[in-house]
Design a protein around this ligand. Sequence first.
Ligand code: FES
Length: 87
Amino acid sequence: MTRSGLGARAPKPMIVCSCLGISSSRIEALVADGATSVEAVTRACGAGSDCGSCRAQIAQLVAGGAASERSDGSPKRHLRCVATRAA
Ligand code: FES
């Protein structure tokens, strides 16, 4: 049996910033929308603004996004945050 046509599954988002309940997919979306630094992500959604233990992981996500930055010259979208605090 072949696996053709099944497609690869996207990895499950995981919580990167446990203080604010911000997921990897949320940070990746911010990077795709133009966040180019940990500070930009923090400004947009608050991730990394409390204990700071997630900042290295945010940096990795930013670096990963930079590596796959748009090459088509399309404009970066405005950052917005819809983060919710963990209850
Ligand atoms: S885990 Fe992100 S600020 Fe604490």
